[in-house]
Design a protein around this ligand. Structure first.
Ligand SMILES: C[S@@+](CC[C@H](N)C(=O)[O-])C[C@H]1O[C@@H](n2cnc3c(N)ncnc32)[C@H](O)[C@@H]1O
Length: 234
């Protein structure tokens, strides 16, 4: 447990230190935002949790569409800029909400930083209403590099880490994790009745080989998990 607390504190510290690098806006036609809309349906009136909301760029878009959104984040400097939404400075391991509080949870590029994945999934299942949906958008471990498409990102990342160019320097008490799409789907299926996953084609990947032709080479995936098993209120 101490290691988890240290890991989470180290992640939050890193985002505090690097907050200036992260964007506070997202385009309305961003494939990640469109993927969320496709899966939740019309946002008006929905209770949504943005887990790891950062500066609130996705959450604000959903608020503009009439949803009631809470943004939760562990980094003070990130969440300080999440204006225009309800915000909570907290860890995704200990979200301070009652069971069944949300119709949808979105986690966009935040699961990659979470220490205890299975525990976070359990908490999402607990927080969702019975017909609720969890949408995770994150990075594919098998993706190819955009600038050098003949190289897997896993190789580029390992080199970057050695050169000190990665998000977390070598030896740092936290690290990020990219996902085997089928592996994360299996973890979700433990706690949800219906799960699925698919790749997202980013604007940069469009009309480029191999991304357009081979979905498994794309960077971003979206996982959808519906109907938490044995939990949730209506
Ligand atoms: C790459 S940013 C993405 C932010 C936002 N979802 C977006 O796409 O703009 C990841 C965010 O997750 C937050 N985060 C990472 N681990 C967390 C945890 N265990 N609990 C809460 N927030 C966490 C970080 O502080 C950071 O703001």
């Amino acid at each position: 447990m101490t290691r988890v607390v240290e890991f989470e504190a180290a992640v939050a510290r890193r985002f505090d230190d690097l907050a200036d690098r992260f964007k506070s806006e997202v385009a309305i036609d961003d494939p990640r935002y469109r993927a969320v809309l496709d899966r939740i349906g019309p946002p008006r009136g929905l209770r949504i949790l943005d887990l790891g909301c950062g500066k609130g760029r996705f959450a604000r878009r959903l608020v503009d569409q009439g949803a009631g959104v809470f943004g939760l984040d562990a980094s003070l400097r990130m969440i300080a800029e999440a204006n225009g939404i309800e915000r909570v400075l907290a860890s995704a391991s200990r979200p301070p909400f009652r069971s069944g509080s949300f119709d949808a949870i979105v986690a966009i590029e935040s699961f990659e930083h979470i220490a205890r994945l299975e525990h976070a999934i359990d908490e999402c299942a607990r927080l969702l209403a019975r017909a609720g949906v969890l949408i995770i958008i994150d990075k594919n471990i098998f993706s190819m590099n955009l600038k050098r498409p003949w190289l897997p990102n896993a190789v580029v990342n390992a080199i970057d880490r050695r050169r000190g160019l990665a998000m977390y320097p070598a030896g740092y008490p936290a690290s990020e994790r990219w996902f085997n799409p089928a592996g994360l789907d299996r973890l979700l299926a433990r706690r949800f009745e219906r799960t699925s996953f698919e790749s997202l084609l980013s604007h940069d990947e469009r009309e480029r080989f191999p991304f357009e032709r081979f979905p498994s080479t794309r960077l971003m995936y979206v996982w959808t998990a519906e109907r938490p098993r044995g939990g949730g209120r209506t």
